[in-house]
Ligand binder design. Structure first.
Ligand code: GDP
Length: 450
């Protein structure tokens, strides 16, 4: 896609010694010629002034012009290096607005243009932002590797392998002459191998993200099941307000702690239940979101009473979520227990008491085992972005559907699922027409000037 307008934005925060103003688009050169007095030659930095139309100086500065496609955005692009004060930034912005054929860039627009002109794929564009916000050395390395296309190469390879399998199947399905045969068991093995490779890549991504950024663990359950008490017991201090009146935790509380060496953000949510009280229903909506965003849900059931309709509704909303069931108030008489396999409602389960501390060590172990099966040892930082991790999980699910369909002799179904797997992989790189919404949502999180 070609942009026919030209945009500008300050790429540095105001208040440093030097500020960089970027201009990108077909009229970038004309814009630079209009406001800057220095000589303009592609890729040569030159010294001059930015001036008003009457020739009066706004600032003395350097500027450089990059000719398309050899620029960050792939378009004609200019950068002006001026002094970093607010006053200079304001006057330079006004001057650029006044030329009449420029508009201010949106957040992330330079990188979006780079993506749209094929300079980088979506995963690389996301890496730009990760590199800008990288706080730890490990994050910097992961983002740089991704920007340099390390992840893209791996995904492209997986994509080609899925495509070859699809082509083989298509060849067989389209053949009217009965000359093409299909070794379905061999194809199924290849698809399964590909799927398990993708699944372990996603699991590894999850590990490295958790070790780097910490895991979000949401405490979810009906009012009064003991969420705040459990949070306090795990933190060993009175952080959450505990009262016997249902619905007192109106908002979410977040606390950092380490569980078996894993950094964890523990989120105590307001009791999930339908309620006419508006403050509380906002909290309820937030609890549902927290459950969705969490890496692990601790679903709390009050062991002293049978499950209520509300409990069952929450339970229903957790299907497919990585969940540990916590049966609370173990110091009182319980009406249910984990079964012989240690599960309750098909989730791994533990009984705890916030009063006696019973079960807390076992709970921590369950949390650690479910977040990082296999412990905290080395996870390669190839994949760290949750969007990529869920796309990989989606691709792996589609591949196992494809393998099942092949076993059942349902070749059309296998074709469909393989195609779906390819789409999931392609969505990581933004290949094959990703939806505009997806692209917009990714760039909306960018900062100005990048
Ligand atoms: P929340 O609404 O789910 O956050 O529940 P709270 O933590 O506020 O607890 C609700 C009530 O249950 C309070 O009266 C707590 O003292 C009581 N409670 C919570 N956990 C336990 C426990 O392990 N044992 C006993 N005996 N009471 C508990």
């Amino acid at each position: 896609m070609i942009n026919n307008d030209t945009v500008f934005a300050l790429s540095t925060p105001v208040g440093g010694a030097i500020a960089i103003m970027r201009i990108s688009g077909p009229d970038a050169r004309r814009a630079l010629e209009t406001v800057f007095t220095g000589r303009i030659e592609p890729r040569r930095i030159s010294y001059g002034s930015v001036t008003d139309p009457d020739g009066s100086k706004i600032d003395s500065c350097c500027a450089v012009f990059f000719e398309a496609p050899a620029s960050y955005t792939g378009e004609d692009m200019a950068e002006i290096y001026c002094h970093g004060s607010r006053a200079v930034a304001v006057r330079l912005t006004e001057r650029l607005m006044s030329v009449g054929f420029l508009r201010p860039a949106e957040a992330g627009e330079f990188t979006k243009r780079a993506y749209l002109s094929g300079k980088m794929d979506l995963a690389q564009a996301e890496a730009v932002m990760d590199l800008i916000y990288a706080r730890a050395e490990r994050s910097r390395k992961a983002a740089l590797g991704q920007l340099e296309g390390r992840l893209s190469a791996v995904i492209s390879d997986l994509y080609s392998r899925a495509k070859i399998a699809l082509a083989e199947l298509a060849n067989y399905l389209e053949d009217d002459t009965d000359e093409v045969s299909l070794d379905a068991p061999a194809l199924k093995n290849r698809i399964e191998e590909l799927g398990s490779g993708i699944r372990s890549l996603a699991a590894n991504g999850m590990r490295s993200r958790i070790l780097r950024d910490g895991a979000r663990v949401a405490i979810i359950g009906s009012p009064n099941v003991g969420k705040s008490s459990l949070l306090n017991a795990l933190l060993l201090r009175e952080r959450a307000i505990v009262t016997p009146v249902p619905g007192t935790t109106r908002d979410t509380l977040e606390e950092d702690l380490a569980i078996d060496g894993i950094p964890v953000v523990l989120v105590d949510t307001a009791g999930i239940c339908e309620t006419p009280d508006t403050v509380e229903s906002m909290g309820v909506a937030r609890s549902r979101r927290e459950a969705e965003d969490a890496d692990l849900v601790l679903w709390l059931a009050d062991g002293t009473r049978e499950l209520s309709d509300g409990d069952r509704e929450i339970l229903g909303s957790l299907s497919g979520k990585r969940t540990v069931a916590v049966i609370t108030k173990a110091d009182l008489d319980s009406v249910f227990f984990p079964d012989d396999n240690g599960t309750f409602c098909s989730f791994p389960a533990v009984r705890t008491s916030a009063v006696t501390g019973e079960g807390l060590t076992a709970l921590k172990k369950l949390v650690a085992d479910n977040l990082l099966p296999g412990g905290t040892d080395g996870a390669e930082d190839l994949i760290t972005n949750s969007r990529h991790i869920s796309a990989l999980e989606g691709a792996a699910d589609s591949l196992s559907d494809a393998a099942d369909a092949l076993t059942a002799g349902n070749f059309d179904g296998a074709f469909f699922s393989l195609h779906e797997a390819m789409e999931s992989l392609a969505s990581i790189l933004g290949k094959d027409d990703p939806t505009e919404d997806l692209v917009d949502s990714i760039f909306a999180d960018f900062c100005m000037g990048k």
